[in-house]
Design a protein around this ligand. Structure first.
Ligand SMILES: Nc1nc(=O)c2c([nH]1)NC[C@@H]1CN(c3ccc(C(=O)N[C@@H](CCC(=O)O)C(=O)O)cc3)C=[N+]21
Length: 304
């Protein structure tokens, strides 16, 4: 098993964050202020708290301001919408992220619709989803954009490749398929009703797994030499006598790594890219808000 089969998302994300840091410094010198990213967290889900604190640290490390807003789990939807509206109006805030999932008594679509599309660095607002669908500049969801960066880094031009995206969520599957289509792949979107998934995967040069089912994609489904991007982060039940289970992806890594040309590990693959791209989108937003041009030569394409 050759070492370079493994797509090191952690290392790629570190390099991306270093470049963002340089450009954030240039932004501050030109604009006379730091770029700002606001993260809103409702409730006390421990996993969400970990993500939010790691986003905050990485934002500051990249030379941007991080604003954290925490609301109790029983906060009303109105209170959350009021926070979002305040952030929309705040000129120090370039990007807004409302951590999902929200408590059940809140309407996620309504909350997302309240975010100013030009501060929607998650790319979840229908305006940005629409921009992506018709090929206009806009904010692209962080996870799929990070996957595209890894794919283009590994494969160069993706033109004419067969790609399968397993999963059709608004956050990963659908935007991933749009991005691959824009990159001139032939794209299949698979989901729970798809027949003969193994055969579709066997024909695919690119496999993006984003279903949330641990190790669902088997090693012997993978076409020899294919590039496998595993978006899943699933925690298995703890083994006897252990308190925490192992984290695995949606792909049977041990099987797939034997056959694939390249594969992302979990953890250390797609996950770290998500936050790096979030910082990228926030920086792009900051430049746009000040009417400044960003030397994007150094930053991969897509989004404003
Ligand atoms: N509005 C919104 N935007 C999001 O982008 C968003 C969200 N809500 N809700 C929660 C999910 C989850 N998410 C991750 C970010 C980084 C890692 C990450 O860095 N993972 C590491 C560590 C994994 C671990 O050890 O837990 C890895 O895969 O190597 C994972 C998951 C962003 N999310």
């Amino acid at each position: 098993m050759s070492e370079n089969k493994i797509i090191d998302g952690k290392e790629f994300a570190e390099r991306l964050r270093a470049r963002i840091g340089v450009l954030a410094g240039e932004f501050e010198a030109k604009a006379g202020r730091k770029a700002g990213l606001a993260v809103v967290l409702v409730g006390e889900d421990p996993a969400s708290q970990v993500y939010v604190s790691s986003k905050g640290k990485q934002t500051v490390a990249a030379g941007m301001n991080s604003f954290e807003h925490k609301l109790p789990a029983d906060a009303s939807e109105e209170e959350l919408l009021a926070v979002v509206e305040k952030l929309n109006a705040d000129p120090a805030v370039d990007g807004i992220l409302v951590q999902l999932p929200l408590p059940r008594h809140m309407d996620e679509q309504k909350v997302i619709a309240t975010i100013d599309p030009d501060k929607d660095v998650d790319g979840f607002h229908v305006t940005n989803a629409g921009r992506l669908a018709v090929g206009q500049a806009g904010y692209v969801p962080c996870t799929p954009l990070g996957c595209l960066m890894l794919l283009e880094d590994r494969l160069g031009d993706l033109k004419g490749l067969n790609a399968v995206v397993i999963g059709r969520s608004n956050i990963v599957g659908k935007p991933m398929a749009q991005l691959l289509l824009s990159a001139n792949c032939t794209v299949t979107i698979a989901h729970r009703h798809t027949k003969d998934l193994a055969d579709i995967v066997r024909r695919s040069d690119i496999v993006v797994a984003a279903v949330g089912v641990p190790e669902m994609v088997k090693g012997d489904w993978i076409k020899p030499g294919a590039t496998v991007i595993d978006v899943g982060i699933n925690r298995l039940p703890p083994a006897e006598g252990k308190t925490k289970g192992r984290i695995v992806g949606d792909v049977d890594y041990q099987g797939a790594v034997q056959v694939a040309g390249a594969i992302t590990p979990v953890p250390g693959g797609v996950g770290p890219m998500t936050i790096a791209v979030l910082l990228r989108n926030a920086l792009v937003a900051a430049y746009a808000h000040e009417g400044l041009t960003l030397a994007t030569a150094d930053l991969p394409e897509h989004s404003i």
